[in-house]
Design a protein around this ligand. Structure first.
Ligand code: CMP
Length: 137
């Protein structure tokens, strides 16, 4: 099915000037950029976005990291883009993410309390609808 997903280029990706490279990979895969903006997240947005991780040991470092600089929020559209983008992004840990993926090729393990892994992608249609509502209210 044609889907929409919420993609974030996280502060590490923006700081490292990888936004263009990441966008190019999304487009090269055949997905359409429906919406795109650079935004500074607020604590309120992050509390909603990461509600499922509240209480986990990496939660506060994750929120602090996401507040450390602007992010680029993207709505991407395409056939099975939710699963497809997560495949393109690679697994959470950049050290073991497969080469060929965004995290596998470009992600670094900084030895910090949170994985600074360049991108976020919604994990289901329900998450995508919820997250698009947060970042494109
Ligand atoms: P993402 O999957 O986009 O959303 C949750 C984020 O939390 C994840 O990316 C990583 O940035 C971070 N994260 C998830 N699991 C861990 C972990 N075990 N240790 C540190 N950070 C994590």
């Amino acid at each position: 099915a044609i889907q929409r997903t919420l993609i974030l280029v996280k502060p590490d990706g923006v700081k490292r000037q990888l936004t263009g490279v990441i966008l190019a990979r999304i487009e090269a895969k055949g997905y359409t950029i429906a919406e795109l903006k650079q935004v500074s997240a607020t604590p309120q947005m992050l509390a909603e976005h990461y509600a499922e991780h509240e209480g986990k040991p990496f939660y506060q470092p994750l929120v602090d990291f996401m507040l450390s600089g602007p992010v680029v929020a993207i709505i991407a559209e395409g056939q099975n883009v939710i699963t497809g983008f997560r495949s393109l992004a690679g697994t959470t840990d950049p050290t073991t993410a497969a080469p060929g993926t965004i995290r596998g090729d470009l992600g670094r393990d900084w030895g910090l309390k949170v994985q600074q892994n360049l991108v976020h992608g919604s994990d289901s249609e329900e998450s995508a609808a919820r997250e698009i509502g947060i970042w494109f209210a």
